[in-house]
Ligand binder design. Structure first.
Ligand code: ATP
Length: 351
């Protein structure tokens, strides 16, 4: 465990490379990432948005950071430290600008077993009310990014930061990430034999409600709540009695993922190829359901290979991922260029 004093001494000494794997202490891998530490007028400063520092200050910084996010008073938080003190400096959001809901900076991750590097410095800022689409060739790291954000144990974060609603995502266990409003629809949703969809959805819904300080829904109340969601998704109520994803067709599993999302009322949904395996009608239903879930205070990150889904959902930004990094960002016209000319044509434009 790295003590607060030795960590802070490193700041005071102006050590250029901060440790990226501080485990078991207040700070963890990813907290400090690859922060540069300039020495300004004899004082060492760490200026990295949303980064949390070790020691007792961490608690108050976290609390302040979270509170400020809730109050909507800042788009992001800068931590400034010197040898013995830490304070928050507010970076006010530009007037009328929506709050940042997720800010990923320089995110690097490896496969935990083999140490193979997959994410190679991802930068991404998502604000409330926005829909972002990530496209990219097979194997470029899109699914890995989504799994790393939710804390999948196959991967280890080796650098960078991810701040979700003002808090360090990598400080949280996967279930805590879910409780605080992060949702991932997996490319291949898992089956849970012996657990009915209804029970599973109610349990997940109530866990999230607990985390938000809301009362749990009883079976009858929940049925009323979920019935509306089923109608919006054009789903047969008999789905509720079946075991989670057991025997579901590919398309049914995808619809079921969106049903989970609508029940959880997540603040940020990561949708990994929800269009794969859907027939034309199902694609329209799922896309319309996603559009129906868009609000001014939530956000969506979609991974897709095709423009057809984007035509329904109309993302605010389209990003292209290549070799574990986002290499190009544009609007819907970028997806149209990809559809027309493929990745080579877009890569040629980059030059
Ligand atoms: N757990 C793992 N073990 C070994 N290699 C992995 C693991 N996870 C990802 N990879 C490798 O990392 C690279 C990126 O995979 P990822 O699934 O993130 O790509 P993707 O962009 O989502 O691809 P696709 O469009 O085909 O879904 C691939 O080469 C993949 O084989």
């Amino acid at each position: 465990m790295v003590s607060r004093s030795s960590f802070c001494q490193r700041f005071a000494a102006g050590v250029g490379g901060l440790p990226t794997s501080i485990r078991n202490g207040a700070a963890r891998a990813g907290d400090v990432g690859r922060a540069r530490v300039p020495v300004v007028a004899g004082r060492v400063q760490l200026r990295e948005k949303g980064v949390l520092v070790c020691g007792e200050e961490v608690g108050s910084l976290k609390t302040q950071s979270r509170r400020r996010w809730r109050e909507g008073s800042s788009s992001s938080v800068t931590v400034s430290t010197n040898a013995m003190s830490a304070q928050l400096e507010e970076e006010p959001a530009a007037k009328g600008e929506a709050r940042v809901i997720l800010e990923v900076q320089g995110l690097r991750a490896v496969v935990a077993d083999t140490r193979q590097e997959i994410l190679n410095g991802v930068d991404l800022v998502i604000r409330e009310g926005e829909v972002h689409a990530i496209m990219g060739k097979n194997g470029s790291g899109k699914s890995t990014l989504s799994k790393v954000l939710v804390g999948h144990p196959d991967y280890e974060v080796t650098g960078g930061t991810a701040i979700f609603k003002g808090e360090n995502l990598f400080d949280k266990e996967p279930e805590e990430r879910s409780h605080c409003g992060l949702f991932l629809s997996f490319q291949s949703p898992v089956e849970i034999p012996g657990v009915s969809n209804m029970d599973f959805l109610r349990m997940a819904c109530n866990a999230r409600r607990n985390a938000r300080g809301l009362e749990e829904l009883g079976p009858l109340e929940f049925y009323g709540f979920v019935a509306e969601k089923l109608t919006a998704l054009n789903m047969d109520p008999r789905f509720l009695d079946r075991n989670v994803n057991e025997g579901f067709s590919g398309g049914e599993k995808k619809r079921n993922e969106i049903l989970q999302l609508s029940v959880l009322e997540a603040d940020m949904a990561i949708l990994d190829e929800i269009d794969s395996g859907l027939d034309i009608d199902a694609l329209r239903d799922v896309a319309n359901a996603v559009v129906g879930l868009k609000k001014d205070n939530n956000a969506i990150l979609m991974i897709t290979h095709y423009q057809r889904l984007l035509d329904y959902i109309m993302p605010t930004y389209v990003h292209i991922m290549e070799a574990g990094r986002i290499v190009k960002t544009g609007d819907m016209s970028l997806a149209a260029q990809l559809e027309a000319g493929g990745y080579n044509a877009v890569q040629a434009m980059k030059m």
